[in-house]
Design a protein around this ligand. Structure first.
Ligand SMILES: [Mg+2]
Length: 387
């Protein structure tokens, strides 16, 4: 990655003048004096529902894709992640000096002229390193650090404060405010690059750990065989939907599905054949689940589907479609072709006293038992639920 400046807001006249004449003259008149250095998802055409999509907290889409690619065996090295630096300084000359110090390095540098611009660029780009001037008219670097730490608790960015004041008490105040490093002006370009590199290493490590933790979280909520959300995931989702259904008075139905005589498939054709049947049912379930609903494999040959915003007839129609599609699907194993069926138990409420999740599951289970008892490959509603 080559050095790229996204927003070098340096006025022409500033770049023509010598640093010592352009640097802010208020608090740190001598900060640029020496070396070169001083100074950002029910219908037949329903969309396929996939496990609860995650947005990795604190990661941009580019970072997330890169981390996922790496986690599944991709070749992307962490150092190839987009690495951005945000430099904020009210002095055009100081911004220019930071730009010069970082030129030749593989960074994308964003520049802000004040704290407000810096916060906007930070929210948009989530830079790995922020180099912030202490003294700025609208917002001190100290306050900027506090804002970033408070507003982005899940995102680690390495914050470097720049100040002409080398007083230890101010250094402590800066670090206490959330800064990771403190560099005094005038700075040596190589020292700034070295400190930015330290920040890059720490920020990359943080982002790798965050990405891996998110992937682990996603894996913990996904059924590995079918790719459907698992029971835990549907419980998390359902608890929120139940609260909303109660508050906004919309219907909610819990469908418990169980493949009929599944053990025979495993015993006759083997477990690989059984897995194929489970995946086949999952595909039909997904293809018939609206983006606003959720389906899951809750264990073994048992699946769950939660349907919201649909009356009893609508819910039954949606489940009947799944039952019919699965019944008509042929599975070929060796020389034989097999068809498998499923039974469904539905419980829910619509303009009636709402039930909690466990009560709904219990009612759906009772209805499923009834469907099995009445001959399988059928749908039953739990009469005790509020319909
Ligand atoms: Mg300043």
């Amino acid at each position: 990655m080559s050095h790229r400046v996204l927003q070098p807001s340096i006025p022409p006249e500033a770049s023509r003048d010598h640093p010592s004449r352009q640097c802010e003259r208020s608090a740190h008149k001598s900060e640029l004096a020496t070396p070169v250095g001083s100074e950002d998802f029910e219908s037949g055409n329903a969309e396929t529902h996939f496990p609860v999509p995650f947005r990795m907290r604190g990661l941009s889409k580019d970072d997330e894709s890169a981390l996922k690619a790496r986690a599944v065996g991709g070749q992307m090295h962490p150092s190839s992640l987009p690495f951005k630096i945000l430099a904020v300084d009210d002095s055009a000359v100081c911004r220019k000096l930071v730009e010069q110090a970082l030129s030749g390095e593989r960074y994308t540098v964003l520049f802000a002229k004040n704290g407000r611009e810096a916060l906007a660029l930070f929210a948009e780009h989530q830079p790995a390193v922020v180099i912030a001037d202490w003294n700025m008219p609208d917002m001190e670097g100290l306050e900027l650090c506090r804002h970033i730490r408070r507003d982005s608790p899940d995102l680690h960015s390495h914050l470097i404060l720049l100040s002409g004041n080398a007083d230890k008490e101010q250094v402590v105040e800066g670090l206490t405010a959330g800064a990771d490093d403190y560099v005094t002006k005038p700075f040596h370009p190589s020292e700034l690059v070295a400190r930015v590199e330290v920040g890059r290493r720490i920020a990359e490590l943080h982002r790798q750990i965050q990405g891996q933790n998110r992937l682990l979280e996603e894996m913990a909520l996904t059924d590995a065989l079918t790719g459907l959300p698992n029971r835990r995931a549907v419980e998390v989702w359902a608890s929120r939907q139940l609260s909303a259904a109660v508050r906004y008075h919309f219907p909610l139905w819990v469908v418990m599905a169980d493949l009929d005589f599944f053990k025979k498939v495993n015993d006759t054709y083997g477990h690989d054949a059984g897995d194929t049947v489970l995946k086949g049912f999952a595909e039909i379930l997904k293809a018939n689940t609206r983006q606003s609903n959720i389906c899951a494999r809750s264990g073994g040959e048992e699946f769950l589907l939660v349907i919201t915003h649909s009356d009893k007839a609508g819910a039954k129609s949606a489940v009947e479609r799944i039952r019919e599609q699965f019944e008509s699907r042929n599975f070929s194993f060796g020389n034989g072709t097999v068809t498998v069926t499923a039974s469904f138990g539905i419980a829910g409420f619509h303009e009636a006293k709402p039930l909690d999740w466990n009560a709904l599951l219990s009612c759906a289970d009772t209805a499923l038992y009834a469907a099995k008892h009445k001959g399988r490959n059928r749908i039953e509603f739990e009469l005790e639920s509020g319909i």
